[in-house]
Design a protein around this ligand. Structure first.
Ligand code: ATP
Length: 346
């Protein structure tokens, strides 16, 4: 649905050109929710604005629904943009217009007949749950409600793609959840492709199917959300995930382990981090390896969470047993899809 080929974006700056995007290649499938995450200044806004050519890239090709947008003339580009809706962090509503009139604006600009506008806006307000507030002004509604208006307005022209530029960043966690739920509902009900830019891993975890991590203008990692969460490869990804799933053991646990190691040198065993995801976590893997390999296993720390209904998590375990038995247990766990890492330094 969306293909970005070798996208570069350079801005002029006081100390010379700023290379905001440096050779981005991305393929986003029709009907998926694709998240792009990165730290401040990584290039997220530049990237999302390239998709509808709000920013024309300095180099590279943007294809949406089979058409090369960079090659279109102005009227064709205007028409193509009707296929791409956008929602913004600060909602960008017109304060002098009512909720109804804000949603109606893109239809008015497109020359839609008033009777059709009314029917369409009524439907959209119903969809986002704001029919009762139609005559209020933006200043008279909450942030979450403003974003619902933003979403309704973005859907007015019946787009195939919705771009979301930090749409929940100004909202509290509860409101964020309800807006993400609405985006998921729209994605499911209308098959809308959604590209979601965020600096919050929580947002990716809650709603995205796949994710790309952007760092200094480059995509450093991408994949299915559950894979990226359980097997992060890049340091930036690991630090972003650490905000919701700690990658390191807490200091209090480390203190306990150091004490254990000091007092029981003969039985040091191994300290392992086991990361698991999806179906594997339903199987009694740990009791299996304890029995099969005659191990003594102590869970020191653990966290189990959920991504779109699929459990995932990480456990820190201290295992003792004969060397070959330990190696056998590690191989068995790896064979069952568990990511096993030895925690070398405590
Ligand atoms: N119009 C511009 N002119 C000059 N430099 C720009 C412009 N827009 C962005 N930049 C620079 O390009 C880089 C990427 O910016 P961008 O806004 O795309 O990042 P971001 O990941 O969206 O950051 P944030 O989360 O803080 O909004 C930054 O170094 C930024 O300062």
């Amino acid at each position: 649905m969306i293909e970005l080929h070798n996208i570069h974006q350079t801005y002029p700056g006081p100390q010379g050109p700023v290379q905001a995007l440096q050779g981005i290649d991305l393929q986003i499938q029709a009907g998926e929710i694709f998240g792009v995450i990165g730290r401040s200044g990584a290039g997220k806004s530049s990237l999302v604005r390239v998709i509808n050519l709000l920013n024309r890239p300095s180099q590279g090709q943007v294809r949406v629904d089979g058409r090369d947008l960079t090659a279109l003339n102005a009227p064709d580009l205007r028409a193509a943009r009707h296929q791409i809706g956008m929602v913004f962090q600060h909602f960008n509503l017109l304060s002098s217009r009512t909720i109804f009139d804000n949603v109606a604006l893109p239809l008015e600009l497109a020359g839609t007949r008033p009777a059709l506008i009314k029917a369409r806006v009524d439907d959209l307000l119903d969809l986002v749950g704001l029919s009762a507030l139609r005559d209020r002004y933006p200043a008279q509604i909450s942030g979450g409600q403003k974003q619902r208006v933003g979403i309704a307005r973005a859907l007015a022209s019946n787009p195939k793609v919705l771009l979301s530029d930090e749409a929940t960043s100004a909202l509290d966690p509860e409101t964020t959840r309800s807006i993400l739920g609405l985006l998921r509902q729209i994605n499911r009900d209308f098959g809308l492709t959604i590209v979601l830019i965020t600096h919050q891993m929580q947002v990716i975890k809650q709603v995205a199917d796949r994710v790309a991590v952007i760092d200094a203008g480059r995509i450093v990692e991408q994949g299915a959300v559950i894979d990226v969460f359980t097997r992060p490869q890049h340091a930036t990804t690991r630090s972003l995930i650490a905000e919701i799933v700690p990658q390191d053991l807490p200091e209090s646990v480390l203190v306990r382990i150091r004490k254990l190691m000091a007092t029981e040198p003969a039985q040091q065993g191994q300290l392992l981090r086991l990361a698991f995801a999806g179906d594997d976590s339903d199987r009694p893997l740990l009791s299996d390896v304890i029995r099969r390999f005659g191990l003594d296993l102590n869970i020191l720390h653990g966290q189990v969470d959920e991504i779109q209904g699929r459990p995932f998590g990480a456990l820190a375990v201290h295992v003792r047993g004969a060397r070959e038995q330990l190696a056998g247990a590690v191989a068995h766990l790896r064979g069952a899809g568990v990511l096993v890492q030895e925690v070398a330094h405590v």
